[in-house]
Write a protein that binds this ligand. Structure first.
Ligand SMILES: *[C@@H]1O[C@H](CO)[C@@H](O)[C@H](O)[C@H]1NC(C)=O
Ligand SMILES: *[C@@H]1O[C@H](CO)[C@@H](O)[C@H](O)[C@H]1NC(C)=O
Length: 286
């Protein structure tokens, strides 16, 4: 009888992966907001890069990690990078209060920045290889912590600061913005970003913006507004430098606005545009 050896088991992929999503109970910093931090370190770390995968509304780090439509665990296993999974204490991330919309304001964005700083030290991440993906919060994080993040892949979000609450409420829903009625010039949207970290003059995260043309949760107009915002931040025109139909797949259109801003318009797709692991990883240079 043939008894499989360890080598045979490995060859046929029988050895179970030991890596698991693990909670970090004290990631440090003094933000008032205390979202949870979860981390996934693959069995074989091959690259000193970090991807922060930020869950959508009515989700959590664990649910997002277990959702088989969210491919970042697979990316982590395949390419060997670490992933951090923040977990909100509110139904949606706080993208409306002054605290979260300011650099070091003590809100959710501040707490996630603290998770990134913790991860850089703990997992020996190259600070030039920190990437963020998710919805509205990933855009807010790019605006409030530009010095920490290299690139963002934003799925079905809104401009940073679009969900602001005039009464300063935390984690408030904003119907004007979600309905696509928060319309401003590129300059105004750019000013909103710059005001979140006054005086900052370093590099900004490269921004990839995905949006579906039939998004019924965050109206499609938010795509144009977000493109205006980040092209202004990078000082480039809102007219694409190149436009590729049926890219990366049929009925999607990829528009480049120079090297630092890319829009991907998904015709006929609602909320949210499914994660495109390969395309987001390519944007990150992974
Ligand atoms: C919703 O956001 C817009 C900016 O996008 C802001 O002008 C408005 O005051 C906000 N609404 C509320 C109720 O806070
Ligand atoms: C840019 O930031 C650096 C470091 O904080 C500072 O020394 C410099 O004066 C700033 N430059 C401008 C033009 O604000």
């Amino acid at each position: 009888m043939h008894i499989p050896t360890l080598a045979t088991a490995l060859t046929f992929g029988w050895a179970a992966s030991a890596a698991q999503l693990t909670q970090v109970s004290n990631y440090g910093g003094n933000a008032r907001a205390k979202p949870g931090m979860w981390v996934y370190v693959p069995d074989s770390v091959k690259i000193d890069a970090l991807v922060v995968a930020i869950h959508s509304c009515q989700s959590s780090a664990q649910k997002y990690f277990q959702n088989n439509k969210i491919p970042w665990k697979q990316g982590s296993d395949r390419k060997g990078y670490v992933t951090v999974w923040p977990s909100s204490t509110t139904e949606c991330w706080d993208v409306s209060s002054k605290a979260s919309l300011s650099h070091d304001g003590g809100g959710d964005s501040n707490a996630i920045a603290n998770m990134i700083k913790y991860a850089i030290t703990q997992y020996k991440i190259d600070p030039k290889k920190v990437f963020v993906t998710g919805g509205m919060m990933s855009n807010v994080l790019a605006a409030t912590y530009p010095e920490l993040i290299t690139a963002v892949s934003l799925y079905s979000g809104v401009p940073a600061g679009c969900f602001v609450s005039s009464s300063g409420q935390s984690a408030a829903w904003n119907n004007t913005c979600s309905g696509g009625q928060s319309i401003a010039t590129a300059q105004k949207w750019g000013d909103v970003v710059r005001a979140m970290y006054p005086g900052y003059n370093g590099t900004r995260p490269r921004m990839q913006i995905w949006h579906g043309s039939t998004d019924g949760t965050l109206a499609p107009q938010n795509y144009q507004e977000t493109v205006k915002q980040w092209t202004n931040v990078f000082g480039v025109s809102t007219t694409p430098t190149s436009s590729k139909p049926d890219t990366p797949e049929k009925n999607y259109r990829t528009d480049d606005f120079g090297e630092n801003v890319q829009g991907i318009w998904a015709q006929g797709v609602g909320h949210s545009v499914p994660s495109h692991l390969d395309v987001s990883e390519a944007w990150f240079g992974l």
